[in-house]
Design a binder for this molecule. Sequence first.
Ligand code: NDP
Length: 381
Amino acid sequence: MEKINRRTFNIKLTQGLAGAALLSNMPLSYGLNSGKQDKKLGIALVGLGGYAGGQIAPALLNAQHCYLAGIVTGTPSKEKEWMDKYNIPRENVYNYENFDSIAKNDAIDVVYVVLPNSMHAEFCIRAARAGKHVITEKPMATSVAECDAIINACKENGVKLGVGYRMQTDPYTQEIKRYGKEKPLGNVKYVRSDSGFIAGSWITPWRLQKKYAGGGALMDMGVYAIQCCIYGAGANPVSISAQEFKTKPDYFIDVDETITAQMKFSNDVIGNVFTSYNANGNNLFVSYERGWVELNPAHSYGPLSGRTSRGEEIKFPFQRQYQQTLQLDAYAQHVLTGSPNYAPGEMGKRDLIIVEAIYKSIAEGGKTIPLDLGDMGIVRV
Ligand code: NDP
């Protein structure tokens, strides 16, 4: 396997960008480059699957405030492969059985859990008990009760907790938030987001099993649409009703295939969520008193794209941001300097409360479920 270092990674990425000036300076207004840090946090990835290998590890090569220091894997053949590729020393390699001894390893500051959803809670709690800061992938867990257990373990052990919501630090998401805050088109009236893909034989099998995934499209992609609607509305929903559709019941036996949900927000915004494992969707539409803004794509790895009713394209002075690098540097800055946590555990828990309300509404024939979230998980940065 080819050894990749920061320089070769940069070259590979820029080659694919037609000479674009990559990894350019993030505007200070996004609050992510708030000063130089001497210390870089050592991150250990738990679960070396598609997302850890395809996105997070490469993104860490470009991070300013953290680096890939260790791995935790249940597949022995991945150990040498990753050690060679990312220069990871043997003493920073763990498996699921000896993972707790990571407590003695000062080279590891943060544990990033990238396992199937049903395993997030166990490994977040073990990481917190080992005294390590924690990042967990989305969905934060498979139930609100598990989210509570993770949050409590992090509090009890005095460690910080973040959710792998990479969109929260994406500049296009920041722009949507700015429209909500500065109101150039007036108040928000309506938000809509579609998030889905057509699942094929390539999909990892655990995603179709409730005991590993906790649910189907809603757990996997629906959380993006929920997040989009919330940062589009700039508020949390106060009620929700939902419907489920199964066009391929023989394939989606154990998990949901397609769900639509309607929300009313605390500021009287109306919202619509669509998520599916059998239809593509990747957009956010926000309607204001005097126009609209749309992102399409709205939550893929980037670059995103957007336009407004004034005929303007939403653009930034850089061609591409590697989302996971922004996400990880922002989290590292949070740990190192106390700067804002863009995706705290309360945000992940809030989204699971909404997910559970959606499943409840479906189970009760589309009944409207009231929500009492206040400002839970809303991060105004
Ligand atoms: P993969 O199936 O590709 O990888 C999961 C890894 O977990 C496996 O490779 C394996 O690693 C480990 N694992 C341990 N036990 C099991 C088990 N019983 N079954 C399967 N895998 C197991 O999943 P993804 O990488 O796609 O997803 C992992 C997490 O990341 C999920 O929570 C998902 O929702 C999230 N994700 C987030 C994305 C984002 O954009 N934020 C994008 C994609 C995924 P090993 O062999 O090292 O033990």
